[in-house]
Design a protein around this ligand. Sequence first.
Ligand code: ZN
Length: 387
Amino acid sequence: MTQLTANWNYPNSIRAGAGRIDELPALCAQLAIKAPLLVTDPGLATLPMVEDAVNACRGAGLDCGLFFGIQGNPTGENVTAGVSAYRDGRHDGIIAFGGGSALDAGKAVALMVGQERPLWDFEDVGDNWTRVNEAGMAPIIAVPTTAGTGSEVGRASVITDAPNHVKRIIFHPKMLPSVVILDPELTCGLPPHITAATGMDALSHNLEALCAPSYHPMAEGIAVEGIRLVKEYLPRAVANGDDLEARTQMLVASSMGATAFQKGLGGMHALAHPLGALFNAHHGLLNAILMPYVLKANREAIEARIVRLSRYLGLKQASFDGFLEWVLALRGQLEIPHTLTDIGIGDSGAERVGRMAVADPSAGGNPIPFDAERYSAIFCDAVNGRV
Ligand SMILES: [Zn+2]
């Protein structure tokens, strides 16, 4: 195995490799952060890896604080609480540490510590982002502990507007973390079902980006190789959580997916976002379940590029059907349920889900512009298992 350690400066400054969490205090110093606030979720807050990171920073003379008041799908209220913790502790930088929820919450806190306006004023609509007082924003170091969302290389956070049961995208170019640590050892403790669900989210990012109709060959190149990494390494990471090579490659595939999806997402995410908000279900798991149904619905628009992709992946049958079969087999191997019914979601709210999906920002990247009725029908297919 080649040594999987490297420094990259694309799309941001990335430190990849086992054990590189040890560089956290030095990276704070490099960004002139003297009092970082480490933002994580309650599950991670009690684990040694968070305690070690906080202690390493304190040992290096940094006044490091800890905030873990966030939910699985972080809410506007969680962000407000984080801003209070930041101000009360007189912090000067954010370490966003954890899965997608912790990273998104940490990035949103870093934005909001410098603003007078409310969070929703910065929803990714039109040129809302130009309302931001950039000078007040905190520098961000991102440390993902799951391989899926790729939020560490993104300029946006998904935050739930709890009173309205809707997920909103908060965007500003400077929400892109200054430095990222991709340390596979931090992901080794993830149980197989979380490794599988988050890894399938990375696959869905690469796949939807590849299929989005806009002109962006650079993103397509990244997406194709990101899909290959998932194919080679996700089954290994699920089968043996301590496989550091697989864990490294999945972290990279996750960053690649989020880099690629500036080209656009599509119907999987357009449906997964409302379903996550309505049923509080796991985002990656939703995408994993929805994947074959959405692929099938898009078939006529994506067939040629799926055939090309299948050749690159070395599938036995380089065709749309061959690719769909591979997706179904991968899901089976990873023990991903086949239907939404299997995770307790029935089709009674189909019309509402359809309306929410068509209004979701991700719908704009779908190869075919589905209407609300079509999204309702795909949702029903996923409830009932009709591929
Ligand atoms: Zn996703």
